[in-house]
Ligand binder design. Structure first.
Ligand code: AMP
Ligand code: MG
Length: 362
């Protein structure tokens, strides 16, 4: 299939292009499009054949459900049942925006879209291109992230092209996305609300709205045999092709550990990469040092993370290290994606230094 490319901005929407994209979706085809979080790979959420095509285009396991994107709150009633009052409270506070809410599904939503589950994930995005497209489609677009399964989610249209060229009817380029990590997912189907995936809408923000929300235990812990409630979270995700480790500890010990380990890997013939915050970037020696943004403003780190992981692949890096980031606020989303990318390999540079010094400590 030949993929058609069009581009536009939120301020200057190409109405004819959006109409064509809407027609493609209504006819059962696929369109990749920008949202405020990452690019989505859209199909008609109410057409089981479209959902099957999404799984095929991504190479995604079919038990991993898709998120249904809407553009009118009242459309919820067509796709969900037993809607709790908390749903409307969250919608009022955070929609349109980067929050996905799980409800019980209605019979109109095919199980092909929900990965066989009796629940449905719903999101009302704020990106105006996404909004126009959902309207043009008729109201219900199923869209996971627009990457091949296992690769980092695309934050730029060129990464959609890399992963999906020839596999989808159209890719809409809307520039770099603003947030850079996927939406927060909160489950409202079982008594207390539970965060299944952290994102830009933080636990603190949800707590302020709902009292107190739980966090699924698998979000930051190593794979421990507990089954994550968002099926997608169990798969190896975001992983760069080489070996990535996260290094935590005091600043000086982290810098010393990474520089030593990178020098050893380089000497052994590896190509090395480092992810660091702005203030420490200049302290590293490696083949590729990436500045991820500011520790004072972890939103900048969220925005750059997936791009950096893809660039390491483009540069054929084989051994990579990342500084750890604070895991409160949006940092929980950053550390969740980073620990998955690292396959949960975390090194404690302080403990390492202590051992090196014969257990005396420094
Ligand atoms: P993606 O948009 O590519 O990040 O994938 C959608 C994410 O939403 C995956 O992690 C899914 O497991 C999760 N998800 C979608 N529907 C549900 C649902 N009904 N229950 C729990 N998680 C869901
Ligand atoms: Mg994804």
């Amino acid at each position: 299939m030949k993929t058609e490319y069009i581009s536009m901005t939120e301020e200057n929407i190409d109405r004819q292009g959006i109409e064509r994209a809407g027609e493609i979706l209504r006819a059962g085809g696929l369109v990749a499009f920008p949202t405020e979080t990452v690019y989505g790979l859209g199909g008609d959420a109410l057409n089981p054949e479209s959902s099957k095509k999404i799984y095929a285009a991504k190479g995604r396991p079919s038990d991993n459900p898709l998120i249904v994107h809407i553009c009118r709150l009242e459309d919820t009633e067509a796709i969900a049942e037993k809607i709790p009052e908390t749903y409307y409270r969250l919608a009022k506070a955070f929609w349109p925006g980067p929050l996905t809410i799980i409800l019980n599904k209605s019979s109109r939503v095919p199980v092909e879209t929900t990965g066989g589950l009796g629940t449905v994930a719903i999101r009302f995005p704020s990106n105006r291109i996404a909004h126009a497209l959902i309207e043009a489609e008729g109201g219900f677009i199923a869209a996971p992230s627009a990457n091949r399964s296992g690769r980092p989610s695309p934050t730029l249209a060129k990464y959609c092209r890399e992963d999906l060229d020839g596999r989808v009817e159209m890719i809409i380029d809307g520039g770099q996305v603003g947030i850079g990590v996927e939406s927060t997912i909160v489950d409202l189907t079982e008594g207390r609300p539970v965060i299944l995936r952290p994102g830009r809408i933080t636990k603190e923000m949800l707590d302020a709205e709902l009292g107190s929300v739980d966090v699924d235990r698998t979000i930051l812990s190593a794979d421990s045999g507990i089954r994550p409630k968002a099926p997608g979270m169990k798969y190896r995700h975001y992983a760069p092709k080489g070996d990535l480790k996260i290094v935590c500890g005091s600043r000086d010990n982290v810098v010393a550990y990474i520089n030593e380990a990178a020098a050893a890997a380089h000497a052994a013939g590896g190509k090395t990469g480092v992810i660091a915050a702005e203030d420490t970037c200049a302290m590293y020696r490696a083949d590729s040092v990436k500045c991820a943004g500011s520790r004072q403003d972890e939103e900048t780190v969220a925005r750059e993370l997936f791009r950096i992981l893809r660039e390491f692949d483009d540069e054929n890096c084989t051994v990579m290290f990342s500084e750890a980031f604070d895991d409160s606020g949006i940092g929980m989303a950053v550390m969740n994606r980073l620990t998955k990318a690292a396959g949960h390999q975390i090194v404690d540079a302080d403990a390492y230094r202590q051992k090196e010094n014969g257990g005396v400590g420094v």
